[in-house]
Design a binder for this molecule. Structure first.
Ligand code: PLP
Length: 398
């Protein structure tokens, strides 16, 4: 394994600190390292692998389309894009979709749409539009997106920052009301804060925020890149509170674990602000991405992965909560999107992840104190039982 690690470290920028395992193949919930050791993947590439690794139907869709035509650019129509966008609109209850590649690009698209909507529709004075965001959010890594981050590590050294963002505490309805001005274009929010450590807002938060936005002519935009597509037990996490956002951002699992595919979806009035030439992406919505994205959505529906996530998530959370360990300060989550908070006086979450790795479980710490558990949604009850046992075995080692 050493030679692969050394090679990456010699020629790769030092912007990640991977756990010391070199993966070479994956199938379903399992991955194997170059020595042939098998691991159960409880991280699924930050929820991008919700369908499991190399899902046969997705690999078939990918290879079939790759043999026909993969990239056309949006200078031309393709026979694949329309059906993909239609399905995504139907499943999210939105009118129109704009395809991009990475999650950050779709977030950028949402920001541009919200600002232009503010000027064209709400009649905010030129260059005065504001977007309200939450402290400890994670929306991506571009220079504009880090400008709306409160996390020093994401921001420091990368200024000057894009103006036009206002910060409020997450979960605080009154703070949203207080932050809204005549210049407010949108409130952009994660239904559950993932990177912040699987932080669930108080019950009713999203519903109340959406109502406040509606009353004040402010767009309610949900970043469902990580929480969407069944991860939390509903197709969109906003559905837990029967909230229909004015705009929705999807990514990660939308590419079926094979490709970067993202969408910004919105109601007609919002998407109508874009006219030809305003915005775009060379690869966004290419036939290969559209074929895989459509198949990824079809599998989610046909295999009832959201329902599965709800059932198994509840089961898993209940079993995890029976673990008696002085290391654990909290276990929380929704669906198969779960965090175990570790007492920082006893161990770091990374130490726990390293031990889990030795025992054949892949997971990833977030914010030093939380072990994230977000397996492929195709995982079985028996496999979850196995993971619970391994977590028990590992926690007694500290
Ligand atoms: C991962 C993530 C993003 C960024 O997606 P990339 O594909 O890494 O650009 C944005 N928002 C949320 C909530 C995410 O989890």
């Amino acid at each position: 394994m050493d030679k692969f690690i050394k090679l990456e470290e010699k020629f790769g920028a030092n912007n990640y600190k991977p756990l010391p395992v070199v993966l070479t193949h994956g199938e379903g919930v399992y991955v194997w390292d170059v020595n042939g050791k098998r691991y159960i993947d409880m991280m699924s590439a930050y929820s991008a692998i919700s369908h499991g690794h190399c899902h046969p139907r997705l690999v078939a869709a990918l290879t079939a389309q790759a043999k026909k035509i993969a990239v056309t650019s949006r200078a031309f129509y393709s026979d694949k894009l329309g059906a993909f966008l239609q399905k995504a609109c139907e499943l999210t209850g939105q009118d129109k979709a704009l395809p991009m590649n990475s999650g950050a690009e779709a977030v950028e698209t949402a920001i541009k749409a919200a600002r232009k909507w503010a000027y064209n529709v709400k009649k905010v004075a030129e260059n005065q539009a504001e977007i309200i965001v939450c402290n400890n959010n994670f929306h991506g890594r571009t220079t504009t997106i880090i400008s709306m981050s409160s996390e020093p590590q994401y921001r420091n050294g990368f200024g000057p920052y894009t103006p036009g963002f206002r910060f409020i505490p997450y979960g605080d309805v009154a703070a949203l009301t207080a932050a809204i001005s005549k210049n407010t274009a949108a409130f952009l929010v994660e239904p559950i804060q993932g990177e912040a450590g699987i932080i669930l807002p108080p019950a009713g938060y999203l519903k109340k925020c959406a109502e406040i936005c509606r009353k004040n002519n402010v767009l309610f935009i949900a970043d469902e890149i990580q929480t969407g597509l069944g991860r939390t037990g509903k197709f969109l996490a906003c559905e837990h509170e029967n909230v229909k956002p004015d705009g929705v951002i999807l990514g990660k699992a939308l590419g079926g674990g094979l490709l970067p595919v993202s969408l910004f979806l919105a109601k007609e009035e919002v998407m109508a602000v874009f006219t030809p030439g305003d915005h775009g992406s060379t690869f966004g919505g290419n036939p290969l991405a559209a074929a895989v994205g459509l198949e990824a959505l079809n599998i989610l529906v046909e295999d009832k992965l959201a329902e599965r996530s709800a059932d198994l998530g509840e089961y898993f959370l209940k079993k995890l909560r029976t673990i008696k360990s002085s290391l654990v300060t909290d276990i929380r989550g929704k669906g198969l999107f779960i965090g175990i908070a570790i007492d920082p006086k006893k161990a770091t979450a990374r130490d726990v992840c390293l031990k889990l790795l030795e025992h054949g479980v892949l997971s990833k710490d977030t914010h030093a104190t939380v072990v994230r558990l977000a397996p492929p949604l195709i995982i079985t009850r028996e496999q979850l039982d196995e993971v619970v046992q391994i977590i028990k075995d590992v926690l007694v080692l500290f």
